[in-house]
Design a protein around this ligand. Structure first.
Ligand SMILES: [Ca+2]
Length: 199
């Protein structure tokens, strides 16, 4: 009887701590690297991010992805397309278990943007998300577009979207892209925040 009570108590405690762990995850940003600020003053590519090698084609032609210090005093991701084309930077993180829904948000600043031909994959700036299973296989992809941003909208804009997380998702990849457009965009404060957990 004593043993049973002990078992029951242990089970209850375990359930409570699991629920606690899940609720702790809710609302917490899983991707602090998305501010580009956690590595001090350096403008080097922060760990966790992959930027294209500026010595590779077509990056030699003036296409550029780097970090700059913005007017707000914090670092921002800068993407420059001197002609209609494509620039991107990527990062990925492991997902804590039991996340059911995820909010992805970021800020974007368009500068002198001209949009090219409509692209079914999304025009202008945005973020591709890809969920991967334990074996690294892509199981779902989604696009958070920043909309038809144009040169006249020279102010920071907020974008956010909420996604269901596939149950087999183990890792999430993010690719910030600027495509079918000419000009420059700045991106900052990318956040991944769990807004739902499975029971
Ligand atoms: Ca920043």
């Amino acid at each position: 009887m004593k043993k049973l009570r002990y078992l029951l108590l242990t089970t209850l405690l375990l359930a409570a701590s699991t629920a606690q762990a899940q609720s702790n995850i809710l609302g917490r940003n899983l991707f602090p690297e998305g501010t580009f600020d956690i590595f001090g003053e350096s403008l080097q590519v922060p760990s966790g991010w992959k930027f294209p090698d500026p010595n590779d084609k077509p990056w030699q032609k003036g296409f550029r992805v780097d970090l700059v210090k913005g007017e707000g005093g914090t670092k921002e991701l800068r993407m420059v397309n001197p002609d209609f084309g494509f620039t991107s930077a990527s990062a990925s993180i492991d997902l804590p278990p039991k996340i059911d829904r995820l909010r992805v948000s970021f800020r974007v600043l368009p500068k002198r943007i001209e949009l090219g031909a409509p692209d079914p994959a999304g025009n202008g700036a945005g973020i591709y998300l890809r969920f991967y299973d334990k074996d690294g296989k892509s199981i779902q992809a989604a696009w958070v577009g920043a909309g038809q941003i144009k040169s006249t909208d020279a102010e920071w804009q907020d974008r956010e979207s909420i996604f269901n997380v596939p149950t087999s998702a183990y890792r999430i990849g993010m690719e910030v892209v600027f495509r079918s457009a000419k000009g420059e965009v700045r991106v900052d404060d990318i956040e991944l925040v769990p807004v739902g957990v499975t029971e």
